[in-house]
Design a protein around this ligand. Structure first.
Ligand code: BES
Ligand code: MN
Ligand code: ZN
Length: 511
């Protein structure tokens, strides 16, 4: 069920709703703002629970009170915001997602909330509302497409109807416009992120390269983008031997999907290219992966999914910058036509690669996609890929690995990430690591062995970004979540869709 977020001016103590969400910072004993008003209307019920030590205001804490008719809201939820010194929009997203799932479990179909942190939290109305919209919509995300009874509960008697509407109630009528603007941006970013999640969660027998191209086509029509989908033959004409080497083992037709948004057509140098790895299933090829957890490799197109999704957000938000999304989509399969370890392939820029391991396929398809982006005149590139298991060992799931040749662009991504709440950590691109991918027979080899696996992968990509400003994002850890928390739901995360869109907006504003 689609949830609508709306804003209204009024007094929360007078607002009729099945549930009203207020909040509390850790350590506050006498709540102010909306929480204080509700406390007074409930004859001090909230401050009494604080005094008893039952409500502490810790981040993630939720306390449900029934109002017994003392105010028009049937229930009040006091949501902990944590320490005010640690407070930011990430805390608002966290609280909003947790509260939304909590109330859905209680069977509530709609509720109201105050704008978290817009008072003593120091956020402006628009930031707070954007984070509420993102946290709520993303936290309520479900992927039920393949359940014949339409619910993730095995018991069909417990079909939950979902949350239809969430109302942000604001005392100050002058703040309503700012709140509405934030809700609007947050809704676009959340819906786009959910598109990326859907693409990743679909199984590989459905989400083929052809299906990804069809989705890109729908997005392009919806928000007004140009679309070009290159097939095997056209890729051959461009000399994309690295990409086609990976695709040759698969019966599924590969696609190089190119989506173009022209937000500053008179200034072609004002550009950004987003390049996504779109391996719709990674068996490893002839260097076959072990059976355990291989099903997770349906998600090896998460980079491409986030690029399609970010292009949707950018097409909707319309920043003044030209953005091109390129998605290198193919399966990586073993078979009679599959490439072999030891094969040498030539990429579009003429550089040769010895394929030591057919499971190091992401860097091969990205090599040609980066070359093609360069041939379109793009001078600033961000690639996104579930590239290495090594990045999961290094950083786990808390942040995305970042490498590149431009400290400015890496900084820009860090700044965009602070806004989106998605986190990035840069690894060193020291020349010493280049030695690890030296080949005896070709310009480079596609696997550097066990040392610094994420960095050697980036070292190969660097050969194809050439003189463009370029940053590589390894999302092998962050593209999926192992449990639900805040705005994240177990399964695909949609990372880094919101950051990519934010980056385009920041660059457009000259930030
Ligand atoms: N798609 C995988 C990386 C991956 C691993 C993504 C775990 C998500 C979760 C990638 O194509 C791969 O197989 N990488 C190899 C590279 C190696 C052969 C040099 C790896 O990381 O083991
Ligand atoms: Mn692989
Ligand atoms: Zn892969």
């Amino acid at each position: 069920m689609a949830t609508r977020i709306r804003v209204t001016a009024g007094d929360v103590t007078e607002f009729p709703t099945p549930a009203l969400v207020v909040n509390l910072f850790q350590g506050v004993t006498q709540p102010g703002g909306g929480t204080g008003a509700v406390d007074r209307a409930l004859s001090g019920a909230i401050s009494e629970l604080i005094a008893d030590g039952e409500i502490k205001g810790k981040l993630g804490e939720m306390t449900l009170l029934h109002t017994m008719g003392r105010i028009p809201a049937n229930r009040v939820v006091v949501a902990g915001l944590g320490k005010s010194g640690d407070f930011d929009t990430a805390a608002v997203r966290r609280v909003s997602g947790d509260v939304a799932r909590f109330l859905r479990r209680k069977g509530v179909s709609e509720y109201a909330t105050i704008a978290h942190g817009a008072g003593i939290g120091g956020l402006n109305a628009s930031e707070s509302a954007q984070a509420i919209a993102e946290g709520t919509l993303l936290g309520l995300y479900k992927f039920d497409t393949y359940r014949s009874n339409g619910t993730d509960n095995q018991d069909s008697r417990e079909v939950d109807a979902g949350i239809g509407e969430v109302t942000i109630v604001e005392r100050d009528a002058g703040a309503v416009n700012g709140l509405e603007a934030g809700v609007s941006v947050g809704t676009i970013l959340a819906e786009s992120t959910m598109l990326a999640r859907d693409l990743v969660n679909h199984p590989a027998n459905v989400m083929t390269p052809t299906k990804m191209a069809e989705t890109a086509q729908q997005v392009a029509a919806e928000v007004g983008l140009e679309l070009d989908v290159m097939d095997r033959d056209r890729m051959g004409e461009h000399g994309m031997g690295a990409f086609l080497g990976v695709a040759q083992g698969s019966e599924e037709p590969p696609k190089l999907i190119v989506m173009t948004y022209r937000g500053d057509p008179d200034n072609p140098q004002n550009n950004l290219g987003l390049v996504g790895k779109g391996i719709t299933f990674d068996t490893g090829g002839i260097s076959l992966k072990p059976a355990a957890n291989m099903e997770a490799m349906k998600g090896d197109m998460a980079g491409g999914a986030s690029v399609i999704a970010a292009m949707r957000a950018i097409g909707s938000l319309k920043p003044r910058i030209n953005v091109t999304g390129l998605i290198a989509a193919t399966e990586n399969m073993p078979g009679g036509r599959a490439q072999r370890p030891g094969d040498v392939v030539t990429a579009m820029n003429g550089k040769t690669i010895e394929v030591i391991n057919t499971d190091a396929e992401g860097r091969l398809v990205l090599a040609d996609a980066l070359c093609y982006a360069r041939s379109l005149g793009i001078t600033r590139l961000v690639d996104v890929a579930t590239l290495t298991g090594a990045i999961v060992v290094t950083l786990g799931k808390a942040c995305t690995g970042m490498m590149g040749n431009s400290s400015k662009l890496a900084r820009d991504l860090g700044v965009a990430g602070e806004r989106s709440g998605e986190r990035f950590w840069e690894l060193p691109m020291l020349e010493d690591y280049r030695d690890l991918i030296r080949s005896d027979v070709a310009d480079m080899k596609n696997s550097g062995g066990r040392q610094a696996g994420s960095i050697t992968a980036a070292m190969l990509l660097r050969e194809f970004a050439e003189d463009a400003d370029w940053v590589h994002l390894d999302i092998a850890g962050t593209s999926t979540a192992s449990s639900s928390k805040g705005h994240l739901v177990k399964g695909a995360t949609g990372v880094p869709t919101r950051t990519l869109a934010q980056l385009a907006m920041n660059l457009a504003d000259g930030k």
